[in-house]
Design a protein around this ligand. Structure first.
Ligand SMILES: NC(=O)c1ccc[n+]([C@@H]2O[C@H](COP(=O)([O-])OP(=O)(O)OC[C@H]3O[C@@H](n4cnc5c(N)ncnc54)[C@H](O)[C@@H]3O)[C@@H](O)[C@H]2O)c1
Length: 451
């Protein structure tokens, strides 16, 4: 047996045991969340419902502030206090602090000495807390996760967890260390905590539509926010260094965002991986920056269309698009020998027609509730592995669209190409720079080397 087929079989064996466990557990609310750490025996209680859990927020933007709010709202399980905050920029930290303090009063106790700013801020904030929220743009996630685990802290980290293969490998390595230290790790792929998704996926895995042959996943929508250099320089009354500009307008730079196939479409790609209980073996695709073109739109594509192939020969057809005025859909679908499913609408049609009619909590709250429950009951809980592998799946798709080549998983995840800056200072040399016309180069399929 060659190495590839042995890897494939190993992946399948892991899938089967994972699925068996899912069917036998009644804690459906956890979805796929505890699956990657089944071998860890519960031990070493960290906190019961009387103990106060100290929280640190790294990356005080929209989602970080939301996750901190939701972590503080787990107070019914036991006391939680936000004690430290870190951000690259003081203005972002201040805005988040005042909103959280207004809403949560005494539960936000972050004196000036525990507010940290700059590239090293994360280390100091991590040191002061028990549970760490990592919600910077994703490029920094592997560095921050590795440090949180090194310092022995529980983590909630947003998706994606990396923007390139070296970053994914760093997260996978730290995930193992976290498991050995019995740390609890949540990843912000919140569909895993959504009752309708959990029930639909369970039914599909139980054979509701027979053999699943094809899957479709979409994030076709409008363009997200953009921060124009000109406006930023007006706002701050000075020239921005290239590092600062790329960090403020982060959505459009690959090293920090991963392109929207990774930053956004990961949610839909991850649902299909969850359904398959596996990850694709290869991908081919096409894409480009066609409509959303301009100095402030950096180097990412405005559309990607990828065909992912799994080891059993089944395919996921994936599209993501940021073009205004086109067909929009954020959805996941499966097609089988006995029917079809609209997964995001929790609907199955065919031999076993069914529709989920239950109610679930807001999944953003549910995922934090589940993490804090695991911490307080010392239950094995580690979502980092599937978070990293679904991040890698979206990076694999990007490698396929940027290169125009068919790219294999094994080569992609072993890639030595780091797209991150070599140093983190405000005047650091950046790998992607604008030309004389202010435009950033975008990848050219057929010519760009990305693996
Ligand atoms: N799960 C979801 O549905 C969901 C929704 C929104 C965002 N997200 C994810 O959350 C993350 C953050 O997104 P956002 O919308 O909050 O972005 P944002 O720009 O609002 O916030 C990011 C914050 O991180 C800070 N930051 C950047 N680099 C830093 C560094 N090195 N150290 C410390 N702070 C740093 C920024 O200054 C900013 O305040 C992204 O990974 C995004 O994909 C997930």
């Amino acid at each position: 047996m060659n190495e590839k087929s042995s890897n494939t079989n190993q992946r399948k064996d892991e899938s089967v045991s994972r699925r068996k466990f899912l069917k036998s557990t009644s804690t459906a609310v956890l979805g796929g969340s505890i699956l990657s750490s089944l071998s860890v025996p519960p031990q070493g209680v960290f906190a019961d419902h009387h103990d106060e859990l100290k929280l640190a927020l790294i990356g005080c933007g929209g989602r970080g502030s939301g996750a901190a709010d939701q972590a503080l709202a787990t107070n019914d399980q036991g006391p939680v206090k936000l004690v430290a905050m870190a951000d690259a920029f003081r203005d972002r930290l201040d805005g988040s602090f005042s909103n959280l303090a207004q809403k949560h009063g005494d539960h936000v106790d972050v004196p000036e000495s525990q507010k940290f700013v700059g590239f090293d801020a994360y280390k100091k904030a991590i040191a002061l807390a028990d549970v760490i929220i990592l919600a910077t743009p994703p490029g920094f996630r592997p560095i921050h996760f590795e440090e949180a685990v090194k310092q022995g802290k529980h983590v909630f980290m947003e998706k994606p967890v990396a923007t390139d293969a070296p970053g994914v490998r760093k997260v996978l390595a730290a995930a193992k260390v976290a498991e050995n230290k019995h740390l609890k790790v949540g990843v912000g792929l919140q569909r895993h905590h959504q009752a309708g998704y959990i029930e639909t996926i369970n039914r599909l895995q139980d054979g509701a539509i027979g053999d699943i042959i094809a899957m479709r996943a979409y994030w076709n929508g409008n363009t997200p926010w953009v921060l124009k250099r000109e406006n930023l320089e007006k706002q701050y009354g000075r020239k921005l260094t290239e590092m600062e500009y790329q960090m403020r307008n982060w959505y459009y730079f690959n090293w920090i965002c991963g392109d929207h196939i990774t930053e956004q479409h990961i949610h839909n790609i991850d649902v299909i991986n969850w359904l398959k209980d596996d990850y694709p073996v290869k991908a081919n695709g096409m894409g480009g920056a066609e409509v959303r073109v301009g100095k402030d739109y950096g180097e990412i594509f405005d559309h990607h269309c990828v065909e992912f192939e799994y080891a059993d020969g089944s395919r996921m057809f994936s599209q993501c698009r940021h073009q205004v005025g086109c067909w929009n859909s954020v959805s996941e679908h499966a097609h089988g020998s006995k029917g079809a499913a609209r997964i995001d609408r929790y609907t199955i049609t065919g031999d076993n027609t069914w529709r989920f009619r239950g109610k679930g909590k807001n999944p953003y709250q549910q995922e934090l509730d589940d993490l804090f429950h695991a911490i307080r009951h010392n239950e094995a809980y580690n979502e980092a592995e599937y978070g990293a592998k679904s991040s890698m799946t979206s990076i694999l798709g990007r490698m396929a669209t940027y290169s125009g080549k068919e790219v294999e998983w094994d080569k992609a995840i072993a890639s030595k190409i780091s797209i991150m800056p070599d140093v983190f200072t405000w005047d650091a040399p950046m790998k992607s720079l604008p030309g004389p016309d202010g435009m950033y180069p975008t990848p050219v399929p057929g010519q760009s080397m990305v693996v």
